[in-house]
Design a protein around this ligand. Structure first.
Ligand code: FES
Length: 144
């Protein structure tokens, strides 16, 4: 049986959202301490919605596919809706991931949430509690 679903392969082979947004309104970078992979998500916000989103990922096929998928899922959504996208949403939209690759999907939702956190912070807006908590716990883990 193939390791990856057809959807994962599509997003891995032909990612539509790869790149960087100059003067992004929010940028989030997260890393996986186990494999050392790194993902950065850039967002442009207009009227409370994600007007544009791009990613740069140094990682495995699953990490690349999940980065591309989180961008598809978040684009056009309100910030509130985008903040509720989960790791499971990403894996589910890709038709699942092999169990040993599930951890790779964590990066995508985390990088998006981090970019949103960064947007709220930079804009001087009140940071939603859930994003703030997540950010603090990531920081704590990174320090250990
Ligand atoms: Fe590192 Fe997949 S092996 S994110």
């Amino acid at each position: 049986m193939a390791l990856y679903s057809k959807k994962v392969m599509e997003h891995f082979m032909k990612p539509k959202n790869v790149g960087e947004i100059k003067n992004a309104d929010g940028v989030g970078t997260v890393g996986n301490p186990v494999c050392g992979d790194l993902m950065t998500v850039y967002v442009k916000v207009k009227a409370g919605k994600i007007a544009d989103i791009k990613f740069k990922t140094f990682g495995c096929a699953a990490a690349l596919a999940t980065s591309d998928m989180i961008c598809d899922l978040a684009k056009g959504k309100t910030l509130e809706k985008a903040a509720t996208l989960t790791r499971a949403d990403v894996a589910g939209s890709l038709g699942g991931l092999p169990p040993i690759k599930m951890h790779c999907s964590n990066l995508a939702a985390d990088a998006l949430h981090e970019a949103l956190y960064n947007y709220y912070k930079k804009s001087g807006l009140t940071i939603p509690e859930a994003l703030s908590k997540e950010h603090e716990s990531r920081k704590k883990h990174a320090e250990h």
